[in-house]
Design a protein. Structure first.
Length: 317
């Protein structure tokens, strides 16, 4: 019976929990989650999916931990409108409060804490955003389109010029298959450029190359659409040079739309001591359970040939 109930929750989790203002949903978890342990923090939920207790820690510091206890308020429609977070189970010392905002349809759109921290929800994906802007109508089959915009921001402190060039590629049906966004901006004597590429799901192997000029250097952007995968790739270059890459992010998604693999490069990066210079060059693979909840990560450091594994504990009602 328990396995049947889990299956039912799996079938409805995408439509149900994506719009509910529950803590389970806001933590991108699915199903009747009772507790979840991740990165040294543990969260406890009631059967409605709201937090009751959490053991949290200061970010970037695994030593400082504290407990939080939650009390929630609901309106006449059953929507959660406010949460009060207390220091201990006596509910006497208030740490902070949370307010929830909804759109006209009653869908959660924002969470704001008394500390001034705001979190938005139900944002559209990058590909949906691109489709609405560049793919909302049919185009010439097997065509390409280039658009360049210039924006100037000027005040007493700095002069910023931004150039954004967008390349759109359309298939034999005239539908947008992928796009490349190439940008360059200058602030005082420095410059910076980036290249972002987003593709749709594809059923054939396609490769497209494009070169653009920026400060007398050429950047070559190649995008491959792999069957049953959505790929997003982003690169940021320092001083307009492809030899000075600041960071690279590449994402692969599985058939369920879940992040399956991420390649991450960070130059001169240290999470704990930013003045220490070293790079991050790693490939991360993600594991999910039967309800599509994240239960593990494997980090392969490509330069050191070293592997680290993270396991996340989850308990269901």
């Amino acid at each position: 019976m328990k396995h049947i109930s889990l299956l039912l929750f799996l079938l409805c989790s995408i439509s149900l929990f994506a719009t509910e203002a529950t803590d389970v949903s806001m933590m991108e978890l699915n199903g009747p989650v009772k507790s979840y342990f991740k990165d040294g923090e543990k969260f406890y939920f009631d059967k409605s999916g709201n937090l009751t207790h959490a053991k949290v820690r200061a970010k970037h510091d695994v030593i400082v931990h504290w407990d939080e206890y939650y009390k929630h308020s609901f309106d006449k429609k059953g929507r959660r409108v406010k949460s009060k977070v207390y220091k201990d189970s006596t509910f006497k010392e208030l740490l902070y409060s949370i307010k929830y905002k909804y759109d006209k349809k009653g869908v959660l759109i924002e969470k704001v804490t008394s500390q001034g921290v705001s979190t938005s929800y139900n944002a559209i994906s990058k590909w949906e955003e691109v489709l609405s802007k560049y793919g909302n109508k049919k185009h010439q089959p097997n065509s390409e389109e280039k658009r360049t915009d210039k924006q100037v921001y000027d005040n007493k402190k700095f002069h910023l010029v931004v150039y954004d060039t967008t390349y759109c590629f359309y298939d034999e049906k005239g539908d947008l298959t992928f796009y490349i966004e190439r940008g360059t901006w200058n602030e005082t004597s420095n410059s910076r450029s980036y290249c972002r590429k987003v593709s749709s799901c594809g059923d054939t192997l396609m490769t497209r190359s494009i070169s653009t000029k920026a400060n007398d250097t050429a950047d070559y952007c190649t995008l491959t659409i792999v069957q049953n995968f959505r790929k997003i790739e982003e690169k940021v270059f320092r001083y307009g040079s492809s030899d000075s890459i600041d960071y690279i992010d590449k994402f692969k998604y599985n058939d369920h739309g879940l992040l399956a693999e991420k390649y991450m490069y960070r130059k001169n990066y240290d999470d704990y001591f930013p003045w220490t210079i070293h790079n991050i060059d790693c490939t991360i693979t993600y594991q999910y359970d039967q309800l599509n909840n994240l239960v593990g990560e494997e980090w392969l450091y490509n330069d050191k040939k070293k592997t680290e594994t993270k396991k996340y504990e989850i308990e269901y009602y």
